[in-house]
Write a protein that binds this ligand. Structure first.
Ligand SMILES: [Zn+2]
Length: 201
């Protein structure tokens, strides 16, 4: 099956919420656009950024963060509570750091699945809260990316070793909602943006 966007390459993933199947190049293009969008809108990356810390936790998104930031030509450091093999450090050309001193931003590798689960968990407890794209030095540039798409990108780049993230019952509920109505997770982003622009204006 051909990609519904470029009509030339082979489709590798179905994006149910768009009703389209896309190739790896088009998926990467969509992904970059989403990162750019959240980065610009919430001013996540300082202009003269030099040192970046990645809060690495073996999730697919944390591997994606390494892949993404290691290509930007910055000094990238990995901060992890667990031991990380030299193979991973070498592969992405990053160094391990114990402290975050001197790093302008700390990347928290949360994806759309985390963003929407966070919202639901709070909602069911009677709270109306969103996972913020920015919390002082901590930034979350990947909150508009579905984990399924991140995993597809990693597999195609030959990046292995990531672990399944356990998100609990609310996440299972979210996945069910996606089945019934594809794009439910993006609807929560839409709601967030609407409220955010109201509070800005
Ligand atoms: Zn394509």
């Amino acid at each position: 099956m051909k990609c519904d966007l470029c009509l030339s390459r082979k489709a590798v993933i179905e994006l149910e919420y768009l009703g389209k199947s896309v190739c790896i190049n088009c998926l990467e293009r969509i992904t970059r656009r989403r990162i750019a969008r959240v980065t610009r809108r919430f001013d996540l990356i300082p202009k003269k950024l030099r040192k970046v810390g990645i809060l690495f936790d073996f999730s697919p998104t944390s591997f994606f963060a390494l892949y993404y930031f290691s290509r930007l030509g910055l000094e990238t450091f990995l901060l992890s509570k667990e031991k990380v093999s030299n193979r991973i450090l070498r592969r992405f050309g990053v160094q391990k750091a114990k402290k975050s001193r001197g790093m302008e931003i700390l990347v928290d590798p949360k994806c759309l699945d985390d963003f929407s689960t966070f919202f639901l968990e709070n909602l069911f407890e009677g709270k109306f809260r969103f996972l913020r794209p920015k919390d002082r030095r901590i930034v979350r540039p990947f909150i508009y990316l579905p984990e399924k798409e991140i995993i597809t990108l990693l597999k195609f780049r030959g990046i292995r070793g990531f672990r399944k993230v356990r998100r609990g019952k609310c996440y299972e509920f979210m996945l069910k909602a996606e089945e019934i109505r594809p794009g439910s997770m993006f609807s929560i982003v839409g709601l967030f943006e609407k409220l955010e622009s109201r509070s800005l204006g």
